[in-house]
Each structure stands twice: as structure tokens, then as C-alpha cells.
Design a protein around this ligand. Structure first.
Ligand code: SF4
Ligand code: SF4
Length: 331
């Protein structure tokens, strides 16, 4: 049975160990969410997947508690990360290095985020053309800021949101179409601009095929509980999918993979029953990471809907981001 989490006071913990038995990280260190002192030390080892919050019988939101611990550590360190090893992430994402608003002078823009253009550059290009032809729509490349927020950098998070909103408003954008579940989940409650998912937009345009076969789907962390995006995708599925639900994350959540590489790999292995299994995702970070780990049967649902064949380009993700940065209209 899963509960609706809401309590952010760890002293409500009864140490029943349910969270521990559902989390590789807590299990490794033999701690519960109520073990505050140990958890503070290990806050950056948590994948922020939310599994502990889903299973706690007391309704304790472990994910939120750990995120607040990170924020508090940054605050105590004069707004800077105390934790080592995240210099490159912060450098790339805080003032997104591959940002490109050059083709955003439109009412509706596609917002692919950073992962999708990294791994699926051809499909990104295909969708940019589709948007231009069908909607007179534009495309903007930026990072939504979620990785920075998850590092606990609250002030920087706020600045990113202000920068994105300003950039879009300057271009007269009224509607943002997200392709990444993290962008959708993160930007929708924060931006004062209409946010829709690519699946809603394709449905509105009457584009995309209905998938006949029953799929096995791994929902990404931001959609695992609400399944809002899965609801949008359902319009393209003939049958209800089989959902892989009793797992943690793809191994990339919370930037914890840097600290816990073995656990991240174990999380991936826990998702697949066999190496060749076909698992469908709707997050490019998840599909890219699964393929990078040798699970070549992974498929992104968006590509299936668009009837496109493109394997995640895991070896050239930086080059692909650079191409997005210097992309110009009509290319
Ligand atoms: S499941 Fe909830 S009550 Fe049980 S140990 Fe974890 S945080 Fe404490
Ligand atoms: S890794 Fe996931 S389940 Fe474990 S403590 Fe962090 S948020 Fe909770």
C-alpha cells in the first residue's frame, strides 16, 4: 500500500524501517529517514526518487526532508555548495551553457530541455521542423533548472526561473511545449506562462500513431506518483501499459550517482528482468542511461508515436548540445 506523503518533520518517524527496505541507499547505510544526523551527512547520496515518501506508513516525505537538508547546508555555506564533485554540473546548468533562444520569436515554442537534444538530435530537429510547418512555432534550448534545484541551490534556482521567464516573454512566447518530464513537472508550477506536454500538443494537432501492442513502461521519478504525463501518453496507447512501479530511479536522480555509482548501477539492473527486455520510457535521461548501461531494448515512447528510429546518441551528447546552441532558423 502506498500513502500520500505530507509530513516534513522527521521526528514523526517510528523507525519501522519500511523506507529502508525500499531504498538501496538507506539500506546500505542501515538508516531510516528519522536518522537525521546520519542523513544530514549523506544528503547528497540520496537519489531524491521519492520511493521512501510513497511507502512510509506515517506519511513522512523523506525526499522533501533530504532536499531541505541540502538547501540548509547551502544556506549555512553562504549560498555555495559545500559538497565537492558538482563543479561541472553547476557550471553547465546554472547559466545553461548551451542556451539558444534565437528561434523563440513565436507564440508557441518547443522546449526540449537538455537531455532530449543530447540523445535524440535528429528527432529534435524533426520536431522543430514539424512545429515550424504546422504551428509557425519556434524552439528554445535551455535547462529548466531542476538539477540546480536538486543540489539545494535555492537562490540560483529562483534566478534560473526568472531568466527563463524573461527570455520567453521578451520573445512574445505564450505557450511552452515541454518534451522532458522533469521540465514539465518543474516549470509548470513555477512559470507564469502556459506549459503543455508534447503529447498534449501532438494530440491537439492530430499527429502521431496509436501504439497497438501492450507496453511495459518505466515512469520517470517526476511522474511516478501523479502519472499526469502518462495520462497524456495514454491517448496514443491502445491498451493500458504494464507499469514498472516498485523500483527507485534510473540511477541519475538527485545527482547522487557521483557518490553512489554502484547503487545507481544496481537501480538500473533492478528495472530490467533480462538484458534484452524492451522497456519503454518517456524521459530521455532514463533511456540514455539505460542504453549506456547496455540495455539496448530501451525505447522512448515519443519516438514510437512519431514512428522514428533513433538510438540514444550517448557518445556525442556534448557535441549534440553544442549543435543545439548554434542552431539557426531553417537548418
Ligand atoms: S517508513 Fe516512515 S516511519 Fe518507517 S522508518 Fe521510514 S520514515 Fe520512519
Ligand atoms: S534514494 Fe529515494 S527512497 Fe532513498 S532516501 Fe532518497 S528519496 Fe528516499
Amino acid at each position: 500500500m502506498e500513502n500520500k506523503p505530507g509530513i516534513t518533520d522527521p521526528s514523526a518517524c517510528t523507525h519501522c524501517h519500511v523506507c529502508r527496505h525500499n531504498c538501496l541507499f538507506l539500506e546500505k547505510y542501515k538508516i531510516d529517514i528519522g536518522d537525521v544526523k546520519e542523513l544530514e551527512e549523506l544528503a547528497y547520496h540520496c537519489f531524491l526518487c521519492g520511493r521512501c515518501s510513497q511507502v512510509c506508513p506515517e506519511g513522512i516525505d523523506g525526499r522533501e526532508i533530504i532536499l531541505r537538508m541540502r538547501q540548509e547546508q547551502v544556506r549555512e555555506n553562504q549560498g555555495k555548495l559545500r559538497e565537492k564533485g558538482y563543479g561541472m554540473v553547476v557550471k553547465e546548468k546554472q547559466n545553461y551553457l548551451f542556451r539558444n533562444y534565437g528561434q523563440g520569436m513565436k507564440k508557441t515554442v518547443l522546449f526540449p530541455g537538455c537531455s532530449f537534444p543530447s540523445y535524440y538530435p535528429e528527432t529534435t530537429e524533426y520536431l522543430a521542423k514539424l512545429f515550424r510547418e504546422e504551428l509557425d512555432g519556434g524552439i528554445v534550448f535551455d535547462c529548466c533548472g531542476k538539477p540546480i534545484a536538486e543540489l539545494g541551490l535555492k537562490k540560483q534556482e529562483q534566478k534560473i526561473i526568472e531568466r527563463i521567464e524573461e527570455g520567453l516573454r521578451e520573445k512574445g512566447v505564450e505557450e511552452v511545449v515541454t518534451m522532458c518530464p522533469n521540465c514539465y513537472d518543474f516549470l509548470k508550477p513555477r512559470l507564469n506562462i502556459k506549459i503543455v506536454s508534447i503529447y498534449q500538443k501532438l494530440q491537439e494537432l492530430g499527429i502521431g500513431k496509436v501504439i497497438e501492442e501492450k507496453l511495459t513502461v518505466f515512469p520517470p521519478c517526476p511522474d511516478r506518483e501523479s502519472r499526469e504525463l502518462l495520462g497524456h501518453i495514454r491517448a496514443f496507447l491502445k491498451e493500458d501499459p504494464d507499469i514498472i512501479s516498485d523500483v527507485q530511479c534510473c540511477g541519475l536522480g538527485g545527482c547522487a550517482g557521483k557518490k553512489e555509482k554502484d547503487l545507481a548501477d544496481e537501480m538500473v539492473r533492478g528495472i530490467f528482468r533480462e538484458k534484452e527486455e524492451t522497456v519503454y520510457t518517456y524521459c530521455a535521461s532514463c533511456s540514455g542511461n539505460f542504453v549506456r548501461n547496455g540495455y539496448d531494448g530501451t525505447k522512448h515512447i515519443l519516438l514510437e508515436i512519431l514512428e522514428r528510429e533513433e538510438r540514444p546518441d550517448t557518445g556525442r551528447s556534448v557535441v549534440n548540445r553544442l549543435k543545439a546552441k548554434y542552431r539557426r532558423e531553417g537548418q
